[in-house]
Design a protein around this ligand. Structure first.
Ligand SMILES: *Cc1c(COP(=O)(O)O)cnc(C)c1O
Length: 316
C-alpha cells in the first residue's frame, strides 16, 4: 500500500487480500468454509445451520457456500447491537443472505446461540433432514485449518518476492483466523509475529480464546503442543463502546483506505483492525524500514448497513 505507507511516513505496509476470496463479496470465512463444507459433504449433510450477529459476514459467506454446493441454509442472527435502522436490519449482509437463498431468523441479544442452533437442528432432524451445525465464525479446528493454509500461502508469496515480514496484523473476533494462522506459521517455523486487533472481548479473554483454539487446531493437524502461549498476542484498545458500534478511528481508517488505496474495509472488523494498525504506526511500534502485512479479512458488505457514520458530503 504505497500511498498509505507514504501518508503515514512508513513502515512499508502490505495487504493480503482475503477480501477477494471469491464467494459472494469475499472474506476470511470462505477459507474456513472450504474445510467445514468439505466436512459437511463428507458426513452426507443436506442442510447447513450457523449463527452470527445481524450483519454477520460469516453468515453471508456460509449462505453463499451453501448456494454453490446446492445445500439448504438456515441462519440464526443475534441482535447484538440493538440497531433497528432498516439499513442495519435489511441491507448489507442481510440483503446478501436472502439473495443467496438462505432462511434468516432473528434472536435477541444475549441469547444462547449454540442452544438455538441445536434446537433448530433437532427440529430439522425430526423432519428427516440431515443438518450440519457450524459454530459462530466457523471457529473450530476444522475451520481454522483454512487459516493454517493461508499462513503457508502468505509465506510462499513473501518468499517469492524476497519479502521479510516483520509483523502481521489483522482483526480478531471468534478467534479461528488468528488460531489457524498462528498454528500454520509455527508449524513451518516462519518466525513471524502476529497481532490480533480485538473487536469485542477484553485482551485476556481474547488471547485465551485464540490460544485454546490454536492448541486444538495443532492437535487436529497432527502437531500437538507446537503452539505456546507467547505466540498469541491481541490488542483490544480499539473496540470502542462495543461490538459493531462505530468509533472515530474506524471511520478514519475506512476513509483512508478508500481514498489512498481504492480498497474497502468494513465498520465492524477491518475498520477497527486498520485503526489499530494506523495508531501503532503513529506511535512508532514498527521500525520505519520494516515490512508489515495487514491481513484483510473482508466485510465490505457491512458498509451498506452503516451509511451514516462516515460523515460524507452529499451531491455538490
Ligand atoms: C469474522 C471476521 C473477522 C474475525 O475473524 P475470526 O476468525 O472470527 O476471529 C475479521 N474480519 C471480518 C471482516 C470478519 O468477518
Amino acid at each position: 500500500m504505497e500511498r498509505l505507507s507514504k501518508h503515514l511516513g512508513g513502515p512499508r505496509l502490505w495487504i493480503k487480500r482475503d477480501d477477494c476470496t471469491g464467494l459472494s463479496s469475499g472474506g476470511n470465512k470462505t477459507r474456513k468454509l472450504e474445510f467445514l463444507m468439505g466436512d459437511a459433504l463428507a458426513q452426507g449433510a443436506g442442510t447447513i445451520i450457523t449463527q452470527g450477529a445481524i450483519q454477520s459476514n460469516h453468515a453471508r459467506q456460509t449462505a453463499a457456500a451453501a448456494a454453490r454446493l446446492g445445500l439448504e441454509c438456515h441462519l440464526l442472527l443475534e441482535d447484538r447491537t440493538g440497531n433497528n435502522a432498516p439499513d442495519y436490519t435489511l441491507n448489507g449482509n442481510v440483503l446478501l443472505d436472502r439473495l443467496h437463498g438462505a432462511s434468516v431468523s432473528k434472536r435477541p441479544g444475549g441469547a444462547d446461540m449454540n442452544a438455538e442452533m441445536e434446537a433448530l437442528a433437532a427440529d430439522l432432524r425430526a423432519k428427516g433432514k440431515k443438518p450440519y451445525v457450524i459454530p459462530g465464525g466457523g471457529s473450530n479446528p476444522v475451520g481454522a485449518l483454512g487459516y493454517a493454509n493461508c499462513a503457508l500461502e502468505l509465506v510462499a508469496q513473501a518468499n517469492e518476492r524476497g519479502l521479510k515480514i516483520y509483523h502481521v496484523i489483522h482483526a480478531t473476533g471468534s478467534a479461528g483466523t488468528q488460531a489457524g494462522f498462528v498454528t500454520g506459521l509455527v508449524a513451518i517455523n516462519a518466525n513471524i509475529p502476529v497481532l490480533g486487533i480485538g473487536v469485542r472481548a477484553p485482551k485476556e479473554k481474547q488471547e485465551q480464546a485464540v490460544f485454546d483454539l490454536a492448541v486444538r487446531t495443532a492437535e487436529y493437524m497432527g502437531a500437538p503442543g507446537i503452539v505456546k502461549r507467547e505466540h498469541i498476542a491481541a490488542n483490544t484498545d480499539y473496540v470502542g463502546p462495543g461490538y459493531g458500534l462505530p468509533t472515530e478511528g474506524m471511520a478514519e481508517a475506512v476513509k483512508l483506505l478508500a481514498r489512498f488505496e481504492g480498497i474497502l474495509l468494513d465498520p465492524v472488523y477491518t475498520g477497527k483492525g486498520m485503526a489499530g494498525l494506523i495508531d501503532l504506526v503513529r506511535k512508532g511500534f514498527f521500525p520505519k524500514d520494516s515490512d508489515v502485512v495487514f491481513l484483510h479479512t473482508g466485510g465490505s458488505a457491512g458498509l451498506f448497513a452503516y451509511p451514516d457514520v462516515f460523515d460524507l458530503p452529499t451531491y455538490s
